[in-house]
Each structure stands twice: as structure tokens, then as C-alpha cells.
Design a protein around this ligand. Structure first.
Ligand code: BGC
Length: 765
């Protein structure tokens, strides 16, 4: 008996030791110890995230940051740039504050750090997840070299309204693709968070921020829970599943309660249903903005936010300044404060900051790793893969020759306000970039073509006629510097060089700051001054390539009818000019495909392929009385989701289905043979869509469920097979249960969401 107890005792002891030595247990012990020493003020200090004032991304705030850090009133700082500055500030925290708790350093590293990749909407058009992950990896390497350990990315808001400027920052309209991108980005930033070049990610903007009414930024959102769970939540959840360390609450309301104070959203869904273990930060002054939302004064909304699940308060200091009073009044509990403080300390612990507060940031690394030539050449290749060839019509009498790729000979007339501008190339949210390091289209063309062709250049137009509009669209040092000459003089100059040229390259569209935060537009066409230039160029009869810069889908109906070649280059990052030249001259064959539908007319938005059928679907190409359609424009987009051309052509064979009738556990194999029928190597993204033909609730007319990007030499064929299981049939039903239902399913494979080979299967439980 004695022996038994002594064995049990030693077993218990060894279990205890093992438990104590697991990394989580060690972390807990450490944080428990630290928190025992912390005053209420110091705990609230950990929840406080002021902006540094170094890089401005919202209404400027002024305060004496250093004094606050010394007093233990700051948990992290954001948008401060350079290893020297960051380490100086960290020194104040770990040498001059009572408990020496290191700070987090956050930044909006959205699509690259100093090496800038295409804007996220462009990146998503690569449909190339390893490549997207690589951009996040490089961004983390560069940012961490400079001292940053937390990025406010990925932005995974589904966006279906092209008027909303922040459509530029996400991956477009589709929850499946958006989820894949979300995972790839989180993996790229964080990896396993063991190395000093891996940083915390922050999924934003939770939730539904992309569904702002009328496409106006920060506007109200209101939707059914079914749409939330099926269409808008999946990318956030995917990022959480991939281990995202933090989440940012969105500015908008959800079901009448601002997201920042919405306990159902932050605690019930995010923490309880999805098992999120990291910390939640507000967006910029998100707590204070609840006062304007109309739900209470600062004390009330601060307590509401903390109770809802917010852990960190960006900029507004509502938590810091009002929670002591709320605690006294019993409106918040000590346990709620402690839980938030613990989560921030855990993040710091996981980053290794308690072992070495200067772990992130090294002058030596900056020298070697930031904006390195290796990163730049990767950025050039990735940028080229993000471009979408929207049109490339055959020219001439025989209609054999397309305008693109361009020949490296003769004379090229390069026109447009974006033809010779570096600073707009990186696109919105490139706060860490040195804009002067970016490559303009003019520089890129000259570099690639050398002296084999003659390039003439003329500006041709300002961004638009309205100088006020142009001012707004040129913020953050991106002004296109208005040309004071009359429009007719500028157009005449462009026509003059056009007449001497064999081909015209028109670099038109939006400036970088015409999309992004607080950059909604009601008219989503190319601005009028540039359209007038384009119309004048058409009168020359010369072949024209429209190189389109944009952060959103534009309405291009006139351009589509009148311009033979349109290459959408988004904002392609620091190497934009080189990458565009690579594609224009055919060094790289374009392979991007749209991840957002391009409407024919702004009146069609929100426009997306995965709509519901309605009770009166349109069964004819255009108008039919008493059907769901418009009198003046068809229901179709100009360019559908998934669409993009290549310099070669691909043929899709018939759809092959391994079975027509299936049981629960079966796997259906759906295949097509894709053949490169053109005369050059190219890449093609083959897409799988499914429609649940009958459901207990109405289901979309199609949903992306798989894709594969393949590369084919001229003449080569490949069979692409998608294995499909009941997992691919699941959706959130009326009770919000993730399930599938027996019945008929339409299986579709093709080159884009509108051009598909179809078959039907029966799948039963
Ligand atoms: C934006 C966020 C951003 C934050 C910090 C806000 O205005 O909505 O996306 O991360 O500012 O710069």
C-alpha cells in the first residue's frame, strides 16, 4: 500500500512537472507572476495602443507618448518606422517604466513593406496561393528587420460594391477564394512564430465592413445571419483557423450594434464558436466612434467594448481613461480587465519580447534584407502575374494579329497622367515604402526595350478636370501635380506624338488614392478628362493599348467597344513599371483572372456572380417583362468573376463526372481536359463551381469550390480533376448549422464564372 502511494505520488509529481514545463504552462506562470505585480493603471496601460504620429493613417492625435510609456500607460505603438526609433522607444519601456514590460510595434504592412507588391485586390487575381503567401513572408522579413512585430493585415472583407474604395485592400467578392488568401497571408506573416522574422498578423475588419450601404466608407451594414455565415464570415474564420494572432474590429455596426461593442460578434461567434485565442484590437478610435454611432458616452461605450471582448484600444484611450470609474461602479469586473491584459501579455510573450525586447529590428538586417534586389525581382514577377488582360482584339483586315504583345521596334507613343509617375505605382496602403524608389511605366518600358524602339511621351490629360477632386485623389504625397495647360493643348500634344507612332500606350485610370480608405466613388468610370483624351486618340486610327491603373472595378463599356487592347494592372507595387513592360512586350504572358465582377454600369452594383436565382429569374439574354432585370442594361457584368485573357488560347473539353449518383461518403471526381491551342506557353486558372439546385433555404446560382492554376506549353493538354466530397456541399442553413442536404447538384468547370461546362449529379444521405 505504501509503495502504491509512493508510486502514485511520484506519478503525480512528474505529471505536475510536465504540466508546468509545457510552453503554455510556463507562459501562464510567468504572466500570473507579472500580473500580480501590476496596478489597475498598468493593466489598462497594456490595453492602450496610441499612434506614433510617424505615419498618419487617421485623424492626428497629439500626446506625450514617452511620458505615458514611462508611466506604464502604453501597451504598444503603431506606425512608427525605423529600427533606431523603435529601439529608442522600446528602451523607454524596458528601462524607464516600473515593470519594464516591452511594447508591441504594429504597422499597416498591407501589401509589402519597402518592397511593395500589388494591392491585395490585384494579388488575389494571381489565384496563386504560394505566391501570395510569399508576399506576406517577404513583408514580414522586411518589417521585422525594421523592428515591426505586428501587422494590421490581412484585410479579408468580402466586397461586392465597386464604389467602396477599400475593395482595393481585399481579395474581391468570393468567400472561398477569400478564405484561401486569408490563410496564405496568415501563414506568410506568422509561420510558427518562432523566428525573429515572423510577425503577428491581424485579421480585419471584423466584421462585414465590405458591405457598407451604398458603397460609402464606414456606412451602416445590415444583413441576414445566413449571408454573414455563408458569404462574409468565411475568410475571417479561415484566418482564425490558420492561427491568426489578432483580430481588428470593424468601424461599422452589425445588427444595430457597432462591431467594437458587439458581444455576440466578438465573443459568441469569434471566441466561442470559432475558438479564437488571440487578442482583439479596435480600429482607429473605434471605441470613441461609438459615441457618434449613438450608443452612449465615452465611459459607457468603453465598458461596452471591453465587455464585448475588445482587448486593445487603438488611439482613442477610452479604456485607459474611463475603465477605473466603470470598475468602481460595477459596470465592468476585474476579471474582464485581467483577461484582456493577459491576452496582450501573451502576445508579447509569444513574440519572445520578454526574453529580448530588441529581438525585432537590426540595422544589419535592414541593410541586407529591406528592399533587397532579390525581393525586388520577386516583386516584379509577382506583379506581372497579377495583371488581367481584359481585351486583346484581332486587328487589321485579316484579323489575325492582336495588338498585344507589342513588338520591340518602331515608335511607341506613351500618353496619360500615369505614364511617367513613380509615386502612384505602389498603390494605396504602402505606408512603409519610399515612393521615389518605385518604377514608373515610362522607366519600365525604356529599361525593357532599350534602344530597340523609340518611345515618345506626352501627358495628354490631368487626372480629371476638377482640381479639387484631383487634390483629394493625390493625398499622402501622391499628387500627380496638375498641368496648368488647357486640356485641348495637352490633347493636341498627345495627338502629335500619336501620329508619329506605330502604337499608342495610354496609361489611364485612377490615381493610387482614388481607392483605399475613405475613397468611395459614385461614378466608377475613368475620369472624364482622361476619357476625352482616349476618345481623341481613337480618332488617329492607330492601335491603342489601354494600360489601366485602378484599385476597383471600373465601368469600361465604352472602352471595351472602342479600344482593342486593355491590360488591367491595378497598382502593382514598387516594380510596377518593369512588370508592366514585361507583359506588354510578351516577356511574360498574362495569367491574372478577376476576383471581382466588372459592372457595365454603376447602377448594377452590388454585382457578384454568386447571386440568388429569385422567383423571377431572367431566362433570356436581356429584357423580359416581369422578370428580374433592368430596362436599360442587361444583368451581365462587362467582365465576369474569374475572367482574364492570355496571349495564348485554351480550349476546355467536355466535363467528365466519375458518377452521377452518390452517397454521403463518396467522392465525385469532376474533370476536364484543357488544351493550350495557341502558339505560346501560358498559365490558366481552371475553376470549379457548384450549385445546390434545391435547398431548405435558397442557394446561390453558383459557388466557387475549387481552382487549379496550370501551366501548358503550346499544344499541350492536361486533365484537371477536382475531387468533390460532401464537405464541398455544406452551407449554413436557417438554423446556422453547417450541413448539406440530399438532392441534385450542378457541377461546373470552366475558364471563368460565366463560361462553364456543366453536368448534374444526385447526392443522397
Ligand atoms: C483603418 C485600418 C488600419 C488603421 C491603422 C484605420 O483607419 O481602417 O485598416 O489598420 O487605421 O492605421
Amino acid at each position: 500500500m505504501k509503495l502504491f502511494f509512493s508510486l502514485l505520488g511520484s506519478l503525480f509529481f512528474s505529471l505536475l512537472v510536465t504540466a508546468q514545463t509545457t510552453p503554455d504552462a510556463t507562459m501562464k506562470l510567468f504572466i500570473d507572476g507579472l500580473m500580480r505585480k501590476m496596478t489597475l493603471e498598468e493593466k489598462l496601460g497594456q490595453l492602450n495602443l496610441p499612434g506614433s504620429g510617424d505615419i498618419v493613417t487617421g485623424q492626428a492625435q497629439s500626446s506625450d507618448i514617452a511620458a505615458k510609456i514611462r508611466a506604464g500607460k502604453v501597451g504598444g505603438l503603431f506606425n512608427i518606422k525605423s529600427v533606431a526609433k523603435i529601439h529608442d522607444v522600446q528602451r523607454i519601456a524596458v528601462e524607464q517604466s516600473r515593470l519594464k514590460i516591452p511594447l508591441l510595434f504594429g504597422m499597416d504592412v498591407i501589401h509589402g513593406y519597402e518592397t511593395v507588391f500589388p494591392i491585395p485586390l490585384g494579388l488575389s487575381c494571381t489565384w496563386n496561393m504560394p505566391l501570395i503567401e510569399r508576399t506576406a513572408r517577404i513583408a514580414a522579413i522586411e518589417a521585422s528587420a525594421d523592428g515591426i512585430n505586428w501587422t494590421f493585415s490581412p484585410m479579408v472583407d468580402i466586397a461586392r460594391d465597386a464604389r467602396w474604395g477599400r475593395i482595393a485592400e481585399g481579395s474581391g467578392e468570393d468567400p472561398f477564394l477569400g478564405s484561401m488568401v486569408a490563410k496564405a497571408m496568415v501563414r506568410g506573416y506568422q509561420g510558427d512564430l518562432t523566428s525573429a522574422n515572423q510577425i503577428l498578423s491581424c485579421v480585419k475588419h471584423y466584421a462585414l465592413y465590405g458591405a457598407a450601404e451604398s458603397g460609402r466608407d464606414y456606412h451602416t451594414v445590415d444583413m441576414s445571419r445566413q449571408r454573414m455565415y455563408n458569404d462574409y464570415f468565411p475568410p475571417y474564420k479561415a484566418a482564425v483557423d490558420a492561427g491568426a494572432a489578432s483580430v481588428m474590429a470593424s468601424f461599422n455596426e452589425v445588427e444595430g450594434i457597432p462591431a467594437t461593442g458587439n458581444r455576440w460578434l466578438l465573443t459568441n461567434v469569434l471566441r466561442k464558436q470559432w475558438g479564437f485565442k488571440g487578442f482583439i484590437v479596435t480600429d482607429y478610435t473605434g471605441i470613441n466612434e461609438m459615441i457618434d454611432h449613438g450608443v452612449g458616452n465615452l465611459q459607457h461605450v468603453s465598458a461596452m467594448a471591453l465587455r464585448a471582448g475588445i482587448d486593445m484600444d487603438m488611439v482613442g484611450e477610452g479604456l485607459l481613461t474611463t475603465i477605473p470609474q466603470s470598475l468602481k461602479e460595477g459596470k465592468i469586473t476585474q476579471a474582464e480587465i485581467d483577461a484582456a491584459c493577459r491576452r496582450i501579455l501573451e502576445a508579447k510573450y509569444k513574440l519572445g519580447l520578454f526574453n529580448n525586447p530588441y529581438r525585432y529590428g537590426s540595422a544589419d538586417r535592414v541593410q541586407k534584407e529591406v528592399f533587397s534586389s532579390a525581393h525586388r525581382s520577386e516583386a516584379r514577377a509577382i506583379a506581372a502575374e497579377s495583371f488581367v488582360l481584359l481585351r486583346n482584339a484581332p486587328m487589321g483586315i485579316e484579323k489575325k494579329q492582336t495588338v498585344l504583345p507589342l513588338q520591340q521596334k518602331g515608335t511607341i507613343a506613351l500618353v496619360g497622367p500615369l505614364a511617367n509617375n513613380k509615386k502612384n505605382m505602389p498603390g494605396t496602403w504602402s505606408v512603409a515604402a519610399n515612393l521615389d524608389n518605385a518604377v514608373s511605366l515610362y522607366a519600365g518600358l525604356k529599361e525593357v526595350v532599350g534602344n530597340k524602339a523609340n518611345i515618345l511621351i506626352a501627358r495628354g490629360a490631368n487626372l480629371d478636370y476638377d482640381s479639387l477632386f484631383e487634390e483629394r485623389a493625390g493625398m499622402f504625397g501622391r499628387s500627380l501635380h496638375r498641368d496648368s495647360r488647357p486640356a485641348e493643348v495637352m490633347i493636341a500634344e498627345a495627338l502629335e506624338i500619336a501620329k508619329q507612332a506605330d502604337v499608342i500606350v495610354a496609361a489611364l485610370g485612377e490615381s493610387a488614392e482614388m481607392s483605399g480608405e475613405s475613397s468611395s466613388r459614385a461614378d466608377i468610370g475613368i475620369p472624364k478628362a482622361q476619357q476625352d483624351l482616349l476618345k481623341a486618340l481613337v480618332t488617329t486610327g492607330k492601335p491603342i493599348v489601354l494600360v489601366l491603373f485602378t484599385g476597383r472595378p471600373l465601368t469600361l463599356t465604352w472602352e471595351h467597344a472602342n479600344i482593342p487592347a486593355i491590360l488591367n494592372v491595378w497598382f502593382a507595387g514598387s516594380e510596377a513599371g518593369y512588370a508592366i513592360a514585361d507583359v506588354l512586350f510578351g516577356e511574360v504572358n498574362p495569367s491574372g483572372k478577376l476576383t471581382t465582377s466588372f459592372p457595365q454600369h454603376v447602377g448594377q452594383v452590388p454585382l457578384f456572380y454568386g447571386q440568388k436565382n429569385t422567383g423571377r429569374p431572367l431566362n433570356s439574354p436581356w429584357f423580359s417583362k416581369f422578370r428580374s432585370n433592368y430596362l436599360d442594361v442587361s444583368n451581365n457584368p462587362l467582365y465576369p468573376f474569374g475572367y482574364g485573357l492570355s496571349y495564348t488560347t485554351f480550349n476546355y473539353g467536355e466535363l467528365q463526372l466519375s458518377k452521377k449518383s452518390l452517397q454521403s461518403a463518396d467522392t465525385l471526381f469532376a474533370s476536364v481536359t484543357v488544351t493550350n491551342t495557341g502558339d505560346r506557353y501560358g498559365k490558366e486558372t481552371v475553376q470549379l463551381y457548384i450549385r445546390d439546385l434545391v435547398g431548405s433555404v435558397t442557394r446561390p446560382v453558383k459557388e466557387l469550390k475549387g481552382f487549379e492554376k496550370i501551366a501548358l506549353r503550346a499544344g499541350e493538354s492536361k486533365v484537371v480533376t477536382f475531387p468533390i466530397t460532401i464537405e464541398d456541399l455544406k452551407f449554413y442553413n436557417y438554423e446556422l448549422k453547417h450541413t448539406w442536404e440530399s438532392g441534385e447538384f450542378e457541377i461546373m468547370i470552366g475558364a471563368n464564372s460565366a463560361d462553364l461546362k456543366k453536368g448534374v449529379v444526385n447526392w443522397n444521405k
